[in-house]
Design a protein around this ligand. Structure first.
Ligand code: FES
Ligand code: FES
Length: 159
């Protein structure tokens, strides 16, 4: 089996994986990173979204071997020293979840969105989040949370 060396949430792992193992299954089953979830088998829900070298990807659409030599961040690696990120804080404050199943992927996608464009308008947020499905909320509070996080982000305060 191929051996991979991958940094996940700041920790380096060296593991043997089957060539066909999906990144999401490697994260959940070999590393125990169950914060990243599987919400479909058609690559369209976005619940499995993580960052690969800082950009969001659907980890059910990436092979674990493709992460070799690269850096993965999951929802479990976002908060530092117990301090929520602006996006996590805004999801909490805006009540941007009901069952919460979509939330890890939503937050990872929103984080990438704001890293790319710290001052988005609502249309941009909706367009960039369209690969993430929520079966509960109707999206209103999710969009509100992303816009609130943009207002509270350090990049926005500098501008
Ligand atoms: S589990 Fe990856 S897109 Fe649905
Ligand atoms: S909060 Fe339930 S799927 Fe989004």
């Amino acid at each position: 089996m191929p051996k991979i060396s991958v940094t996940v949430d700041g920790v380096n792992y060296q593991d043997e994986v089957e060539s066909r193992t999906l990144l999401v299954h490697y994260l959940r089953e070999q590393l125990g990173k169950t914060g990243t979830v599987v919400g479909c088998d058609t690559s369209n829900c976005g619940a499995c979204t993580v960052h690969l070298d800082g950009r969001s990807v659907k980890s059910c659409n990436v092979l674990a071997v493709q992460a070799d030599g690269r850096e993965v961040t999951t929802i479990e690696g976002l908060a530092q020293d117990g301090q929520l990120t602006p996006v996590q804080e805004a999801f909490h404050q805006c009540h941007a979840l009901q069952c919460g199943f979509c939330t890890p992927g939503m937050i990872m996608q929103a984080t990438d969105l704001l890293n790319t464009n710290p001052d988005p308008d609502e249309a941009y947020v909706r367009q960039q989040m369209e690969g993430n499905l929520c079966r509960c909320t109707g999206y209103q509070n999710i969009v509100k949370a992303v816009l609130q996080a943009a207002d509270n982000s350090p990049a926005s305060e500098q501008s």
